[in-house]
Design a protein around this ligand. Structure first.
Ligand code: SAH
Ligand code: SF4
Ligand code: F3S
Length: 445
């Protein structure tokens, strides 16, 4: 048994922003219980794996990392190892952990994350392993403490779960059906965060655009939420992710275009440039509809930054289908993309599809797509010269130089004669672009 006054925890987070924020909730629970954070495994009394199962590679990595803790556990048999998150929620994982990793003492899923302290107490009292996975989602727990570790950015959930059932994706199975948070709860949380000095508020949902669809009140929509949040007082900006193209409507585009507090940055995963594959993926838009949406966004939102996700090697993807993905990427001119090789996930519809693609073809396609995007990103960066950006200062360097970040996450080295404050916004002009660095200078210096 550890001494709670000196007990230390370490949380290892895998997967998406949603999980990063959920780890802030786990940390909140532990901090409230008197624990403090450490980044050293051999110092920790509790090590938590907050896991992801979006692709097989993610899972294998996590199993390897859990296995590697065995030697730490041998030196410290009082160590409590816990596994939670999406992989823990996946059918079968709990049994594998129970058999393969006897030093893992607590396993819980995505629906009971905020109950972690109870499981810890239960284990400490009984010294019996606690495995608790809830099959279904429950009401949203608004009272979970949060211990934020994301600097000037604060993550804010607007919805949980997903109803889309893209045929390749495991998220709806491990995160449950879509549940929107009450609009006033979100607004109050954002008010408090802004009051506490956070400069970016990033709204999180698997599909932010369907926010409110599960709430009867017709005024509870993503467009209205954005509008209300952007009318709040304070010097802050709003970001959001992820947008599903099928639900990104004109009201949302208009409010983004109109409100200065909303970053002109949209992550709009496309997944494939082939209508045939999009249909098989159950994405519910065609290549033409997606392109029309991109055209509309570019016309309505000046200087918008677009990013996307693609999956190559989905079952049945022919060379022609893949070429369509390449041509779509060339057309859309994204700032950046993520490209993934399709990974079979247990229980999904695509798992059973014929014509699974071999790994060599997948690898070749993903490399080709990334090479195309690399060239586009390079061209976009070169065209930045003389453009004006409102950036946040992250760090003071030597010689009147500062490290700054743009709204879309580009790092810019800013020169300024005047003294700039960290964590504040400034207007800068891009002056020089080298192979891997972007330079700017303060406007009005
Ligand atoms: N809700 C978000 C994020 C989903 S997960 C969205 O709809 O975009 C993030 C990305 O992982 C997806 O956009 C998709 O490109 C990728 N992904 C999901 N399942 C996958 C699988 N089985 N194999 C490979 N990539 C996958
Ligand atoms: Fe997965 Fe599709 Fe839901 Fe995104 S929208 S989480 S890709 S099922
Ligand atoms: Fe996120 Fe991975 Fe779960 S991407 S929702 S942590 S499966």
């Amino acid at each position: 048994m550890y001494n709670i006054a000196m007990a230390k925890y370490l949380i290892k987070t895998y997967g998406c922003q949603m999980n990063l924020h959920e780890s802030e909730k786990l940390a909140g629970v532990l901090e409230n219980a008197g624990f403090s954070a450490t980044d050293k495994e051999n110092e920790a009394d509790v090590i938590v794996f907050n896991t992801c199962c979006i692709r097989e590679s993610a899972e294998q990595k996590i199993y390897a990392h859990i296995g590697a803790l065995k030697s730490i556990y041998k030196k410290n048999p009082n160590l409590i190892v816990a596994v939670c998150g999406c992989m823990a929620q996946e059918k079968g994982t709990s049994d594998i952990i129970q058999k393969k990793f006897p030093f893992v003492k607590i396993v819980f899923g995505t629906h009971n994350l905020t109950k972690f302290k109870e499981y810890l107490d239960k284990y400490n009292l009984s010294k019996k392993r606690v495995f608790e996975i809830w099959e279904n989602e429950k009401d949203i727990d608004e009272n979970c403490p949060k211990y934020r570790t994301s600097g000037y950015n604060a993550w804010v959930n607007i919805s949980y779960g997903c109803n889309n059932f893209c045929t390749y994706c495991i998220v709806p199975y491990v995160r449950g059906r879509e549940r929107s948070r009450d609009m006033n709860d979100i607004i109050n949380e954002v008010k408090e965060l802004v009051h506490n000095g956070y400069k970016y508020i990033t709204l999180l949902g698997q599909n932010v655009n369907s926010y409110g669809n599960d709430i009867d009140d017709k005024n509870v929509t993503f467009a209205n939420l954005l509008d209300k949040l952007s009318n709040l007082d304070g010097n802050f900006k709003i970001k959001f992710m992820t947008s599903h193209p099928k639900d990104l409507n004109d009201e949302v585009i208009n409010v983004i275009a109109k409100k200065s507090k909303i970053c002109k940055v949209i992550h709009l995963p496309c997944q494939s440039g082939s209508t045939k594959i999009l249909k098989a993926m159950n994405r519910r838009y065609s290549r033409e509809e997606y392109i029309a949406l991109i055209d509309k966004i570019k016309t309505k939102i000046k200087d918008v930054v677009l990013t996307s996700d693609f999956i190559v090697g989905f079952p049945g993807e022919t060379e022609e289908d893949f070429i369509q993905t390449c041509s779509l990427v060339e057309y859309c001119k994204y700032n950046s993309i993520f490209a993934f090789m399709y990974s079979k996930r247990k229980g999904t519809i695509a798992e059973k599809m014929d014509n699974q693609i071999d790994i060599a073809t997948k690898r070749q396609r993903v490399n080709k797509l990334l090479a195309i995007q690399h060239q586009i990103t390079k061209e976009i960066n070169l065209n930045l010269k003389d453009s004006i950006h409102n950036v946040i200062i992250e760090k003071t360097l030597d010689n009147n130089q500062y490290l700054a970040k743009s709204d879309c996450g580009k790092t810019i080295i800013v020169n300024a004669d005047s003294k700039l404050e960290e964590n504040q916004f400034y207007d800068i002009k891009i002056t020089k672009i080298t192979n891997n660095k972007i330079f700017g200078k303060l406007i009005g210096d």
